[in-house]
Design a protein around this ligand. Sequence first.
Ligand SMILES: [Zn+2]
Length: 199
Amino acid sequence: MQYPEPIAKLIDSFTKLPGIGIKTATRLAFHVIDMPEEDVTSFAQALISAKRDLRFCSICGNLTETDPCEICLDTSRDQTTVLVVEDVKDLMAIENTGEYHGLYHVLHGVLSPLAGKGPDDINIESLVTRLQKNAAITEVIVATNANAEGEATAMYLSRLLKPAGIKVSRLATGLAVGSDIDYADEITLIKAVEGRTAL
Ligand SMILES: [Zn+2]
């Protein structure tokens, strides 16, 4: 016997999320059926709005409702430093420490030869263009995660940007090898930014 179509469709939708198998999807679908209707409506609207009302900032790659994003438009921020992160979650983690006041650049990934991801597959070209156009930027802090791919990406950026006279540094102190920026606690992140080392 098959489930009625509406719930079969809902189960199928949940299985499209990462880490959700058919069993969990079925449990979630039945949970939705038990939820108050207004909660379901607001959940559905949040899903649609997250997709429809958000875009990536054309300057830094941050997730934003307006382009350029708030951070890029904020002239009170330090315009000489750009901190490079793998994804928007890492940007949020560092921004939430309240200790970094410069600009950001979101790569949307890291170099990964094994996964066939090269420089053209992540947001590197826009960083180079940005630095060429904007002479005020003198330092790039590479805050990729402390694993092999994050290190490889940092080294690549260092070799690419240093000849142009840009100071390239790397978050190091306090971040354990293999650790993810967005899971690090605030104190560790603050120390990592302060204790950055030149590449
Ligand atoms: Zn931006």
